[in-house]
Design a protein around this ligand. Structure first.
Ligand code: ATP
Ligand code: MG
Length: 424
């Protein structure tokens, strides 16, 4: 899939899903408002009826004032007449039940003159008879002729309304699941895309890398073939040397790729023995020494670990250390200056390999351990590689239950730290 096509898909799908979600939320809001209105109306009617009945007993000539809706869950009925708590309690239960308002509520009787609370009770939705029945009978009997109002509060009003519109809530949740699923698919597509780009780069890169030794071998052997035996011994020796060296290079390159393919198949088998990390470092430094000498590079070692023996696969670990040293040399555009140090921790050893080379930008540091990844350098291809080294290192270190991390600053240098436990 091309980059443009993917971008189009992302934009269209985002717009479509965004629109759908907006419409859904608008409808949800509307449905909530209408449920709310219905609820408020039912409460107001129920309370008005209660007031009517209270007044009919206390003062038949008085007509009831409308019930006031003070805040979202708070209703006030101005009775302005004596109220018996028990009577109010019974009436409220009756009226609410008649309108199917099965929701817990609290009511309070207020003194009409100064709004002080003289009685309050909580009524759970499901229990019809309260324990306070006896108590209710006697309350406010002391001032039967006072003037009172009452209030009703619904502490769980919003959840009650939402529970009445379950279908809406479920359909919104379903839409959210669809959106999450879409985001996941998108993520996978982008991930795939990245991998396929990396693979394409790798193939280009590899073809180029293999072509160089093949061309050199072809030229050298062609010269030897044409010259037959007329070539001076020294020259002929030189061409044979080239063929041998280039063939070695080819061999190691093919090996590197095969090694990675092996790791990919998870077919790696570690042969662990008791080995000395300092010895492995010396071996891998030995492999690098010729190249360093050519560039008059410098290596400083601070081998501070007193206990340097660990259980590990010496072949793989030497390769891993060599890969890090190889990078330190390759990515030092000026004279290489490499520092190798070790130190002990309670359960293992920390090896650090630092260089003063070109460094790695912060934003790409998290990619460098990915297979095939190479930091993009525009059109300059002065340093060759497959992007396999660090991914190999990471796999090996993890197989030893160790860890690896990088600290680096652009144009300042990089430092790779490996931690390996004594015994995995
Ligand atoms: N010491 C370092 N200094 C600066 N950049 C580095 C260093 N080590 C690694 N990198 C960056 O990380 C990338 C990945 O490194 P890695 O060793 O995996 O691949 P490579 O060196 O390009 O190829 P290979 O090791 O397979 O021959 C490199 O392309 C380079 O851009
Ligand atoms: Mg490398």
């Amino acid at each position: 899939m091309s980059r443009r096509k993917i971008r189009m898909i992302i934009i269209l799908a985002t717009v479509a899903l965004g629109g759908l979600l907006t419409v859904q939320l608008l409808w949800l809001n509307k449905a909530f408002k209408s449920e709310e209105k219905e609820f408020n109306l039912a409460v107001q009617v129920a309370m008005s009826q209660t007031v009517q009945q209270l007044l009919a007993k206390a003062n038949p000539v008085e007509t009831a004032k409308p019930v006031k809706h003070l805040t979202s869950s708070f209703f006030l009925a101005e009775v302005n007449a004596p109220i018996k708590a028990q009577e109010l309690d019974t009436l409220l239960r009756q009226e609410f039940a008649r309108r199917h308002l099965s929701i817990p509520y609290e009511y309070g009787i207020l003194n009409a003159e100064d709004d002080t609370l003289v009685f309050g009770n909580y009524v759970p939705a499901t229990i019809k008879v309260t324990k306070t029945e006896a108590f209710l009978k006697n309350t406010i009997q002391a001032a039967p002729n006072g003037y009172y109002n009452f209030v009703v509060v619904f502490p769980t009003r919003t959840t009650h309304i939402l529970s009445e519109m379950q279908l809406w809530v479920y359909s919104t949740l379903a839409l959210l699941v669809v959106i999450l699923f879409f985001a996941y698919i998108l993520y996978s597509i982008l991930q795939e895309k990245r991998l396929s780009e990396l693979k394409a780069d790798f193939i280009n890169n590899m073809t180029h890398e293999l072509q160089t030794p093949i061309t050199n071998i072809a030229i050298a052997s062609e010269i030897l073939r044409k010259a037959d035996s007329n070539l001076p011994a020294a020259k002929s020796q030189r061409y044979h040397q080239i063929i041998f060296q280039e063939n070695e290079r080819l061999k190691s390159q093919v090996e590197q790729v095969l090694q990675m393919a092996e790791l990919d198949k998870k077919a790696m088998r570690l042969t662990k023995t008791s080995i000395n990390v300092h010895q492995l470092l010396a071996d891998s430094l030995q492999r690098l020494s010729l190249r360093l000498q050519k560039r008059s590079g410098q290596i400083t070692c601070y081998l501070n670990a007193e206990k340097a023996t660990i259980e590990a696969d010496s072949q793989h670990l030497t390769n891993a250390l060599y890969n890090l040293l190889d990078n330190a040399e390759k990515y030092s555009p000026q004279t290489p200056n490499i520092q190798v140090s070790t130190r002990n921790y309670q359960q293992g050893i920390l090896i650090s390999i630092a260089d003063k080379g070109q460094g790695i930008r912060k934003e790409v540091q998290r990619f460098i351990f990915d297979t095939f990844y190479r930091v993009p350098t525009g059109n300059i291809h002065n340093v060759r590689g497959f992007g396999l080294g660090l991914s190999y290192v990471k796999t090996i270190i993890q197989a030893h239950q160790g860890s690896i991390r990088v600290k680096s600053q652009e144009n300042q240098g990089s430092c790779f730290e490996l931690y390996l436990p004594f015994r995995a």
